[in-house]
Design a protein around this ligand. Structure first.
Ligand SMILES: [Zn+2]
Length: 230
């Protein structure tokens, strides 16, 4: 039988899509009863294995939001608590929250200001976006893109999302009864430029943007564009 190889969505090397596929977003983000129609993308063995550690960190983070939805609570109980050894869990939470600014909500819950500087989270979001890009726009070659990712301030998250949604017509995709929602738009005149918003459990949201790498004025154009959106 002839084997059909497809490029790995992360490194571009040919891989056998029947052997390794990556869940995008990672499976662990979804509670166990809500994994029937998750998205998978061809991925090489090396890239597939490389992500296990950061997957764990990521699912912990996205189920840590304030005012967690039922899917976040289920995910936390089934996935996070059962996966991380009890002693490690407080340590991981401390590691995460040490990089965020905490403040107390009127109802006593602890919330965290945006979480911008943490590379593992940003890399996961970029990876998820690449997977969805591959699926939605299989002809786009995103390997020459530059990427930006940022966490939304939890208190402003809903207002920011409403504002963004009012700006343009976006494409929506959702899995796991709201465990993950995503909307995105691609610039009409620059098909390499896109904006993606990933919302996990209706309590943690992130924006990811990409554009073609332009060594002359990369930072300037991206940042101006970003600020014009928010
Ligand atoms: Zn790969």
């Amino acid at each position: 039988m002839l084997r059909i190889f497809e490029p790995c969505y992360l490194c571009g090397k040919p891989c056998d899509p029947t052997r390794f596929r990556d869940h995008v977003p990672p499976k662990g983000v979804f509670p166990k009863g809500l994994r029937q129609d998750l998205i998978t993308i061809p991925c090489c063995e090396k890239c597939n294995h490389a992500n296990h550690k950061s997957d764990e960190f990521f699912r912990l983070f996205v189920s840590l939001g304030v005012h967690r939805s039922p899917t976040a609570q289920a995910s936390w109980k089934q996935v996070v608590e059962s996966t991380l050894a009890e002693k490690r869990l407080p340590r991981e939470i401390a590691r995460l929250t040490s990089k965020m600014t905490p403040f107390q909500l009127p109802d006593g819950q602890l919330a965290y200001k945006s979480y911008q500087k943490t590379r593992p989270i940003n890399l996961q979001l970029i990876r998820i976006t690449k997977g969805i890009l591959r699926r939605e726009y299989p002809d786009l070659n995103y390997f020459g893109y530059e990427w930006f990712a940022r966490h939304f301030d939890q208190l402003k998250m809903h207002a920011t999302i409403q504002h963004l949604v009012s700006l343009a017509k976006f494409e929506f995709v959702e899995r796991g009864e709201g465990s993950w929602r995503c909307f995105h738009g691609m610039a009409v005149d620059k098909p390499d430029m896109g904006m993606w918003v990933h919302i996990f459990h209706d309590s943690q949201a992130f924006i990811v943007m990409h554009q073609i790498r332009d060594p002359k004025h990369r930072r300037k154009t991206s940042i101006e564009w970003f600020h014009s959106l928010l």
